[in-house]
Design a protein around this ligand. Structure first.
Ligand code: CA
Length: 192
C-alpha cells in the first residue's frame, strides 16, 4: 500500500472520496476473458455510486470498460462496453437498502449477462451486441471509485463497507492485493 494509514485495515470502509486500486495482473486477467463471474458482499451507504471499475483507458472515456454501481434510485447495475457499444443492466426489482448487508452477483458468458441481487432468484438477462465478447482492460481494477480522467461526472465514489470481492469464485484479498489506496478506513460493521 502506498498510503500508510491503510496498513492495518482488514475490511475496507470507503468514505466517498477514495478507492483501492489493484494492478496485479493475475487478478485483472480473470476479467480479461470472454466469461467471468463477480460476487460482491457489501454494506452500502450511497446511491449514484461506483462499486467497481476497470477499463482500457484511465485517462479518457473510450474503449472497453466494466462498471458496477448503484444508481440514483438505489438499484444495482452493471454497465460495460466490450467493443460493440455500451450495455447496461439494472436490477429494478431489488432496491439496495442502505447500511444493510447486500450481495450482488454478475455472471457474463459470451452474449448474456446476469445480475443477481441477494438471495432472491430474480435476475435479468440481456444479449450483448455485434459479436464483441471479450473485455480488454489494462488500467487496473478500481474498487469503490474510478479514475478521474474517464469523465464520469455523475458517478460518485462509494460510501460504505465492501466486505468481500470474488472473481470467478476466487476470493480477492482486497487490502493485500491493492497497489494503492486513498481515504480507506476500517469497516466496523462487516457482520450481518
Ligand atoms: Ca473488447
Amino acid at each position: 500500500m502506498c498510503d500508510k494509514e491503510t496498513g492495518q485495515i482488514s475490511v475496507p470502509y470507503f468514505s466517498g472520496s477514495g478507492f483501492l486500486l489493484i494492478t496485479d495482473l493475475t487478478v485483472i486477467s480473470r476479467l480479461n476473458k470472454k466469461r467471468w463471474g463477480i460476487k460482491i458482499k457489501m454494506r452500502p451507504q450511497c446511491t449514484n455510486c461506483v462499486i467497481l471499475w476497470t477499463g482500457q483507458n484511465r485517462s479518457v472515456l473510450k474503449g472497453d470498460f466494466l462498471l458496477v454501481g448503484i444508481d440514483q434510485d438505489g438499484y444495482p447495475y452493471v454497465s460495460y462496453d466490450l467493443g460493440g457499444g455500451t450495455v447496461t443492466l439494472t436490477d429494478r426489482r431489488n432496491k439496495l437498502t442502505k447500511n444493510t448487508l447486500q450481495i450482488i452477483r454478475i455472471h457474463r458468458t459470451d452474449e448474456v449477462c446476469v445480475l443477481k441481487t441477494g438471495a432472491t432468484e430474480t435476475f435479468e438477462m440481456i444479449e450483448n451486441t455485434r459479436g464483441y465478447t471479450e473485455l480488454n482492460s489494462n488500467s487496473g481494477l478500481y474498487i469503490g471509485g474510478h479514475p478521474e480522467g474517464v469523465g464520469y461526472t455523475n458517478y460518485k465514489p462509494f460510501v460504505g463497507c465492501i466486505i468481500s470481492l470474488s472473481i470467478n469464485d476466487l476470493d480477492i484479498p482486497m487490502m493485500m492485493r491493492a497497489a494503492y489506496g486513498e481515504d480507506i478506513q476500517q469497516c466496523h460493521s462487516a457482520g450481518t
